[in-house]
Design a binder for this molecule. Structure first.
Ligand code: HEM
Length: 411
């Protein structure tokens, strides 16, 4: 059931994760047949090979720190296997799907442009966006916390970060929905055509943008990336486009689902809110707990390059291994009372941003956005209530909410 996107439409299968985690660090999962369609191949059903689910914290840390055994490049870092050699080739141009030494070279180029200073420089505009979005939604009384707040803030921030006119942010939303929501009937609906078209359209946009920044460089991340010189050579056009699209996707859905998941958690557990409202200094720690609680990216995949052993389980070369960060974040051997939201939790060694050489490059930005949004909503947090049914994304990758009706009650 862990590999079936439809299951997650009804919520994260917490009990299944807990059952597996208690049984062993690593357990086998059969994959269901999933519907795929394309003009070339028509509608067909595709069943993956099955995989080893790693659900205990320590085993995930260990596998993540052994990238020479547990590869991101061999078959990519996503659960679904690439269908063709070209699909694998295309996937491998994304940073998440690379191994050393290529991974180190590209990551170095991004880190050089994506400095804490560059992130900090966005603070003022994030404050403005957050205050405006919160003000508008809260003044209306009833609002959809996804459409009106959680989806909007990361899009506006990414537009600023990636040098896109704010009026084009709808494109980012569509691309990211189509790619990440590939399995959801409302978005990608399993259409391979739409998946490939989205890549093409986004790449054309990125190529134009790079050409403009080369002609007239500015002080932004894009100008930094197109000029970036790592060990020996610059990013090729193709590499730039891949990186740009990765930032569009990685910086968008993830933060959206963290913000919406956080607001849902706070509305459901008002006892925690009073502490946050009383002491703004606690917000950074609270954001870490909300990251643990939501874990927007539930898993990433690796492939064993050699026969090996992980958490007591023998794994053969070529087998698929899936690291369930969402389960690690409820591991009772690491977190006391893991099923309780505790905004003051410390220490909090959550794995929401992964661990090891692929550790999230946008963690500071995501943290900053969430802190600023919670600050903007602070005066109203204690009065937020759910105002209708929550609709969840059908995805075995993202713990996502599609719609979250909320209201502010008057006291
Ligand atoms: C709450 C928000 C976010 C979460 C939960 C999250 C989570 C993650 C995780 C789990 C990984 C590890 C991938 C792996 O294990 O293979 C990752 C990698 C990455 N993230 Fe994030 N992320 C978030 C926000 C962002 C933002 C805002 C950006 C940039 C704008 C970003 C950019 C990246 C990039 C470029 C990588 C690839 C790093 C590599 O492969 O070396 N992320 N993220």
């Amino acid at each position: 059931m862990l590999a079936d996107p439809a299951v997650y439409g009804a919520g994260v299968p917490w009990q299944e994760f807990a059952r597996r985690r208690r049984a062993a660090a690593v357990t086998w999962v059969d994959e269901p047949a999933l519907r795929r369609h394309s003009t070339a191949g028509g509608v067909r059903s595709h069943r993956g090979s099955g995989f080893w689910a790693v659900t205990q914290h320590a085993a995930i840390v260990s596998a993540s720190r052994s990238p020479t055994v547990f590869s991101s490049a061999a078959r990519g870092a996503f659960l679904a296997d690439p269908e063709t050699a070209e699909d694998l080739e295309r996937a491998r141009q994304l940073l998440v799907n690379m191994d050393a030494p290529e991974h180190g070279r590209i990551r170095h180029l991004v880190t050089a442009a994506f400095t804490p200073r560059a992130v900090h420089a966005l603070s003022a505009s994030i404050h403005d966006h957050a205050a405006r979005l919160a003000g508008r939604a809260l003044a209306a009384g009833g609002f959809d916390a996804v459409a009106d707040i959680a989806a909007e803030l990361p899009l506006l921030v990414l537009a600023d970060l990636l040098g896109i006119p704010r009026s084009d942010r709808g494109l980012l939303l569509r691309w990211s929905n189509n790619l990440v929501g590939f399995d959801d009937p409302e978005y990608g609906a399993g259409s391979v055509d739409s998946y490939r078209e989205t890549f093409g359209e986004a790449f054309r946009y990125a190529r134009d943008l790079a050409a403009r920044r080369r002609r007239s460089p500015g002080d932004d991340l894009i100008s930094g990336l197109v000029a970036a010189n790592g060990t020996g050579r610059r990013l090729t056009d193709q590499e730039f486009c891949q990186l740009w699209l990765l930032l569009v996707i990685a910086g968008n859905e993830t933060t959206r689902h963290l913000l919406s998941g956080a607001l849902l958690a706070l509305a459901e557990q008002p006892d925690q809110v009073s502490m946050l409202v009383a002491d703004p200094g606690r917000t950074p720690r609270a954001v870490d707990e909300l990251l643990r609680w939501v874990t927007p990216i539930m898993q990433f995949r690796r492939t064993a390059l050699a026969d090996t052993e992980l958490g007591g389980q023998r794994i053969r070369a070529g087998e698929k291994v899936v690291l369930y960060y969402i389960s690690a974040n409820r591991d009772e051997t690491v977190f006391r009372a893991p099923d309780r939201l505790d905004l003051g939790r410390q220490p909090n060694p959550h794995l929401a941003f992964g661990v090891g050489p692929h550790y999230c490059l946008g963690s500071h930005l995501a943290h900053l956005e969430t802190r600023i949004m919670l600050d903007a909503m602070r005066p109203y947090l204690a009065d937020l209530r759910l105002a209708g049914p929550v609709t969840r994304l059908q995805s075995s990758f993202m713990n996502g909410i599609k719609s979250l009706p909320m209201t502010v009650v008057s006291r």
